[in-house]
Design a protein around this ligand. Structure first.
Ligand SMILES: [Zn+2]
Length: 206
């Protein structure tokens, strides 16, 4: 039972509870015999993450956290300003900013929850990581475009983070590439009405 003690914005709290519910349900599907806890933090994450998974090797824990403060503002922005990837007739891939908002928060919440549960899978299950060097024959179009997008996004983060090495390592390692690829594919699968477009996410989940 999560106890919220301070005056948290109602919208933030509602979204935090919905995200907690999504993580719990998806975690239970993947780990039916050992579901994990989901904590709600009233404050914001220092690094502006919406949710995190903490694994046993980093701090002895095995739990998820959702950061409630500012969640409504952060997700509303993402819902409104979704980026899109389009594939031209000559095969060239372009990333565009389009005014084509998502219909609801639901795809974002489910995608973030899948990202976090994927992290738990990385530590507890033998999985094959998605990576840009995955052989072409093993990629669907959706996987291909999602990996391409994640690579572009991480190239940007690397440029911005040269002076902050901790950020560079945290946000661009193979664990994040894998989880963000899953997150991107999920939001597309749930939302895309047009197969040429992939609604894409920005970094904001650890
Ligand atoms: Zn992550």
């Amino acid at each position: 039972m999560t106890t919220i003690t301070s005056a948290l914005q109602r919208k933030d709290l509602n979204l935090a509870l919905r995200l907690k519910d999504c993580i719990e349900k998806i975690d239970k599907i993947i780990f039916p015999d050992c579901p994990s806890r989901v904590l709600i933090h009233e404050g914001a994450s220092k690094r502006k993450f919406r949710a995190t998974y903490t694994h046993p090797r980093s701090s002895g824990g095995d739990y998820y956290a959702v950061f409630a403060k500012g969640l409504d503002k952060s997700l509303s922005q993402e819902k409104k300003d979704a980026l899109f990837m389009t594939v031209e007739k000559d095969g060239q891939v372009k990333i565009l900013s389009r005014n084509c908002p998502l219909n609801s928060f639901t795809p974002l919440l489910i995608a973030i929850a899948c990202h976090e549960v994927r992290h738990r899978m990385q530590y507890h299950r033998k999985i094959k990581f998605f990576a840009p060097d995955l052989p072409k024959g093993k990629r669907s179009n959706l996987l291909e475009y999602s990996l391409y997008y994640v690579k572009l996004l991480f190239d940007d983060v690397r440029k911005m983070s040269r002076k902050k090495r901790y950020l560079l390592k945290l946000q661009t390692d193979r664990f994040e590439v894998d989880a963000l690829t899953v997150e991107t594919m999920i939001v597309h699968s749930l939302e895309s009405g047009n197969p040429e477009y992939i609604p894409l996410l920005r970094l904001g989940t650890e």
